[in-house]
Design a protein around this ligand. Structure first.
Ligand SMILES: Cc1cc2nc3c(=O)[nH]c(=O)nc-3n(C[C@H](O)[C@H](O)[C@H](O)COP(=O)(O)OP(=O)(O)OC[C@H]3O[C@@H](n4cnc5c(N)ncnc54)[C@H](O)[C@@H]3O)c2cc1C
Length: 349
């Protein structure tokens, strides 16, 4: 079967990798090149119990997280590359009595869902992460983690190349004009460019700015999550600090205000970051739908077309799930039960 994937972000690359692994003949088309959309700015956190603000998103996120170990193991093997992927947990840090109280309430919700976690007092939090600034209480969720996305992308590209799948540079305007048995739209925030004129575009771009700092060694052993920012320490001493959430249209420019806000918040959480070197600021457009759930499945109006878009804040977390679900749909005609939550026809697609 011949399949074209539009979009070489983390979602499109993962979908292409899954389809090619299962024997399909795959081509990828991207207007910019590899991982230059939202994927370029992502933090790569895998933290559904913090990020999911609805039951449906939590269901998807937990399904996605459960697939990660196997997906990365397969990818490391196929690409013969190392990937910095660790499930060392998240530590949410409350700096005031009110924030500590909010963590106690979050702990009750986790208990009700039987999610393993530990509620810590200030001493317990400091024992776990000695470099913390002010802390009144903390919440540890051990099954969370992160993946360093540049390494994951590089491995996806290498694994795809081994299966003779390349990324060609082109702007697609009409997906139905493509010569393929199936077309997967993984165009992130730009899905509107690919739809026929008609109903309003179901995805809007939400800008996020992310800092890349560097220290000689990781300043913490796990992802730290404060009220105003999160910090992702990679094993090579890189430290990601994210992220702003800005509804500013298709503007991918980082701003002074965004950088200042993140630096203030990060040095409050981990004072040692004041000594870090400043490597880069990145900005990306998260593809957000009205219900903040992705759009995954077959088009109701264009039968050769499948959507894998609208992943908003969870595109990295959900990539293995989306890839597997699209593979099942196109190659086996089988719909995973979770796809009921993310049907394209809820937006008339
Ligand atoms: C600051 C920030 C932090 C984030 N942190 C996390 C996190 O910790 N964990 C997590 O899971 N997610 C996170 N996200 C969200 C995640 O990055 C996105 O959900 C994900 O990158 C979306 O991937 P994508 O492949 O769908 O889109 P993109 O990466 O945007 O890729 C879409 C691609 O489609 C191409 N394209 C579009 N239209 C066309 C066309 N007509 N023709 C050809 N090509 C086209 C574009 O050029 C682009 O390369 C974060 C996002 C941001 C911005």
């Amino acid at each position: 079967m011949k399949i074209t994937v539009i979009g070489a972000g983390v979602v499109g690359l993962s979908v292409a990798y899954e389809l090619a692994s299962r024997g399909a003949t795959v081509g990828i088309v991207d207007a910019r090149g590899v991982a230059l959309g939202a994927t370029h700015a992502t933090a790569g956190m895998l933290a559904p119990h913090i990020e999911a603000h609805s039951d449906a998103l939590l269901t998807l996120g937990v399904s996605g997280l459960a697939l990660y170990d196997d997906f990365i193991a397969r990818l490391r093997h196929d690409a013969q590359q190392a990937i910095d992927y660790r499930r060392t947990g998240t530590l949410q840090v409350g700096r005031s009595a009110a924030e500590a109280q909010a963590l106690r309430e979050a702990s009750q919700r986790l208990t009700a869902r039987r999610t393993p976690h530990a509620l810590l007092d200030a001493a317990g939090a400091r024992l776990m992460e000695p470099a913390l600034g002010d802390v009144a209480g903390a919440l540890h969720i051990p099954e969370h983690g992160y993946v360093a996305v540049p390494g994951m992308v590089s491995a996806l590209v290498a694994a795809l190349a081994r299966r003779q799948v390349a990324v060609s540079r082109a702007q697609v305007t009409d997906p139905t004009s493509l010569d393929a048995d199936a077309i997967v739209i993984a165009a992130g925030s730009w899905i509107g460019d690919l739809l026929p004129p008609g109903p309003t575009v179901p995805v809007r771009p939400i800008r996020g700015q992310l800092l890349h700092l560097r220290l000689g060694r990781p300043p913490a052993s796990r992802v730290l999550w404060g009220e105003r920012c999160y910090i992702v320490p990679w094993q090579d001493g890189s430290v990601l600090v994210g992220a702003t959430t800005e509804d500013v249209g298709f503007d991918e420019t980082p701003t002074v205000a965004g950088v200042r806000e993140l630096l203030d918040a990060a040095t409050e959480l981990l004072p040692e970051l004041a000594t870090a070197s400043f490597h880069e600021v990145r900005a990306g457009l998260r593809p957000a739908t009205a219900d903040e759930l992705p759009i995954i499945g077959q088009s109701a109006t264009m039968r050769r077309v499948f959507y894998a878009t609208g992943h908003y804040r969870s595109g990295v977390l959900l990539s293995p799930f989306t890839a597997g679900a699209i593979g099942d749909l196109i190659l086996e005609g089988r719909a995973r039960p979770e796809l009921e939550l993310v049907r394209p026809d809820r937006f008339g697609l």
